[in-house]
Design a protein around this ligand. Sequence first.
Ligand code: PEP
Length: 257
Amino acid sequence: GAARTPFIAGNWKMNLDHLQAVAFVQKLQWTLKDAKHEDGSVEVGIFPPFTDIRTVQTLIDADKIPFSLGGQDLSTKDSGAYTGEVSGQFLAKLDCRYVIIGHSERREYHQESDEIVAAKVQAALRYGLVPVICVGETADDLEEFGASAVPVGQLRVALEGVPADADIVVAYEPVWAIGSGKAATPDQAQDVCAKLRAVVGESLGADAAARTRVLYGGSVKSANIASFMREPDVDGALVGGASLVVDEFAAIIRFQK
Ligand code: PEP
């Protein structure tokens, strides 16, 4: 979509300790020195492990390239006796603008239900964080229900109680495409992203639908990013594996339609 700034988001998952993060981010900053995103035409987001966020924040502060920073998860709670949890207020204090919510790995390995995802969206909004709401169907879902039914249902629940003027990002990530090397086709991505945009419209209204960025994620790499970005309802990408390789991630950021 022309009015929406493309968003390329790198989800490091549980990779790169804070020392490795220094080397990685400095190399990325060097590689992108003259990149077009400096003019604001592409927003780049980095989602490191919690233990790296302070370090990465310092590197971003010290450089002229305006990366956005985000967490990979947050607690539904604000503070208190919740050992091991991280509050949205702590992320906000570290200049995080975003937080990934409901990634398929959280849903699968940490039993995150649609209701927990919805509570995390509310927690993010309480602290002014932009939730990057991840939805997507498994291979079994795809066979049984087609591509869009499960992600559409997940997004409806996640948006319950979200105000019409809220800033959100939606990421369509078919589970079968994540880390598999087998990306969805641009047609498939466009079809589901358009349906997810329609859900944003039903839940939050037409303005929100026009404004909200819907990303595709699942085996995005430099060789296929342009084909996704050509689609009218795909506003960017959530990138896992390829976000850990400086030259690949830089090439994705520099995509040409
Ligand atoms: C992800 O996990 O968000 C993802 C899209 O991973 P990959 O790019 O490695 O498929």
